[in-house]
Write a protein that binds this ligand. Structure first.
Ligand code: ADP
Length: 487
């Protein structure tokens, strides 16, 4: 068979083909392994990156935990500060202020030992320090005054702090001044941390704030003490002055009583001889002892007129003195003021007619008031008498009684000459008469209104005057309304 392939060749070809396949297969696998290796490399890189990120997360987590702890610690310390502020708000003395600091406060601030030492070496509070440490701190306060004054906070990392750290054999301590009005009153010492760490910012800040706050409290206490003492001093002075015034008032009362007694006695003594003088002068004027020459009669009439004036004056003086010394018997009872007003008006009608003065009443039929009738009648006669005296011919006098609320206002208004503003108060003083041409002619003693005022005052009522020069004057006074059944 010429075209047949020998079996060996066929086998060889088959083997070659097999080998070729195997080679191709291997090449393919190699390619696959290469890809795998590449992927493994990428995977490793990813794993490394993941590992790095995991480490970062753990680190961040740890830092976060630390921050959380710090924030919590700060919050605890702020609560401590808040409690301290609340408990010391109403404290007004130094001893009580420092009693707010105790072992718990020191622990809450993160320390085991604490002490408050005044600049005089007095311990206001101390916990945990042994006598040796106390003596070291005492010396520090004594000899490092200027340094403490200049520093808001002293720790182991400050100049003098390093020295102190050596002496106390610890680095974890804090010292701060407690200042009142810029002067150090005491120092606050904290030592030996509860947790074995370094003294942190939070501890320093809160401690500084507490020391400043205690200083502020001391300022307030000092201010309160000053105000309290000033108030005491003021009260003492007021008391002294009041006593002096009471004494002066008593002296014045005694003098016034003596004056009233004197006037009362003199007036009384004058009355008897005056009555006799008046008796004889009236008889002489009436020519009961025989006819008198015209000149002598004229003179005697003037004497008789002046004796009347004198008797009038002595009587009024006696009335005033009696009221002042409380000797006047006052009988206040319900009475009809309307009737008294009409009676007083009518009593002076002749004088009014002589001057052609019109009298007008604006008075209800009856008005019952509490008054001493005799005394108030005297007031009315005086006021109308003045109105007639100081009103020129052809004028008008109006007498009114206006009930309102619980009182009645009685007024006597005239169309007279009027009174100057500056004299409105003075006319009620004894012997005061306005210095003018009208008064030269008008007769008077200057005692009438003084008596009127005293009578109104013993009724515990008010009297006043309104006046305008050239237009007239209105005198008003009040009386309390009474009920009809009380009569
Ligand atoms: P007298 O009338 O005796 O002078 P008074 O005490 O009654 O004394 O009055 C004091 C002064 O008040 C009078 O001198 C007078 O100047 C003034 N006065 C009182 N009432 C009136 C009045 N109705 N109009 C003007 N002046 C008056």
């Amino acid at each position: 068979m010429p075209n047949s392939i020998s079996p060996i060749l066929a086998s060889a070809i088959a083997l070659s083909i097999l080998i070729l396949f195997l080679v191709l297969y291997l090449l393919n696998k190699l390619q696959y392994i290469k890809i795998l290796n590449k992927n493994i490399g990428r995977l490793n890189k990813t794993i490394r990156e993941l590992d790095y990120q995991a480490k970062l997360i753990i680190k961040g987590d740890m830092e976060l935990k630390l921050y959380q702890e710090e924030v919590e610690d700060k919050l605890n310390k702020l609560t401590l500060l808040k409690n301290l502020i609340i408990s010391s708000l109403r404290i007004l003395d130094k001893e009580n202020l420092f009693s707010q600091i105790d072992e718990k406060t020191i622990n809450d601030l993160g320390f085991k030992k604490g002490m408050i030492l005044t600049m005089e070496g007095e311990e206001k509070f101390s916990i945990g320090f042994d006598p040796k440490e106390k003596s070291i701190l005492n010396d520090f306060v004594k000899y490092r005054k200027n340094f403490i004054q200049a520093m808001p906070l002293i720790s182991a990392d400050t100049e003098a702090g390093t020295e102190l750290a050596g002496a106390l054999q610890t680095k974890d301590f804090l010292i701060a001044p407690i200042k009142a009005r810029e002067k150090i009153y005491a120092v606050f010492v904290l030592a030996n941390l509860v947790m074995p760490t370094d003294v942190r910012r939070a501890e320093k800040e809160i401690f500084s704030i507490i020391c400043m706050y205690l200083g502020q409290c001391l300022d307030n206490i000092q201010l309160f003490e000053e105000i309290y003492n000033a108030k005491d001093e003021l009260e003492k002075k007021v008391k002294e002055r009041t006593n002096e015034l009471v004494k002066s008032l008593r002296d014045i009362e005694a003098i016034s009583r003596a004056k009233s007694d004197f006037i009362s006695n003199v007036s009384h003594e004058l009355r008897t001889p005056l009555t006799s003088v008046k008796g004889f002068s009236s008889l002489l004027v009436a020519e009961k002892f025989g006819k008198l020459p015209e000149e002598a009669k004229k003179r005697l009439e003037t004497i008789d007129e002046n004796v009347d004036k004198l008797v009038n004056m002595v009587n009024t003086l006696l009335d005033i003195a009696r009221i002042e010394s409380g000797k006047t018997e006052v009988k206040i009872a319900p009475a009809d003021i309307a009737k008294s007003i009409r009676d007083a008006g009518e009593f002076l009608t002749p004088q009014m007619q002589a001057k052609n003065i019109k009298l007008v009443f604006d008075v209800p039929d009856t008005v019952l008031v509490y008054m001493d009738k005799n005394l108030i009648d005297q007031v009315l006669i005086n006021l109308i008498g003045n109105a007639v005296k100081f009103t020129p011919e052809g004028g008008q006098i109006k007498m009114s009684a206006r009930p309102g609320g619980s009182q009645v206002i009685v007024s006597i208004a005239d169309t007279g000459y009027g009174i100057e503003k500056e004299n409105l108060e003075k006319i009620f003083q004894e012997f005061f008469r306005v210095d003018n041409t009208i008064n030269v002619k008008a007769k008077g003693t200057g005692l009438g209104l003084s008596l009127v005022k005293r009578i109104i005052e013993i009724h515990k009522e008010k009297i006043w005057v309104e006046s305008e020069i050239g237009k007239g004057s209105t005198f008003c006074f009040t009386l309390k309304l009474a009920k009809e059944k009380n009569i």
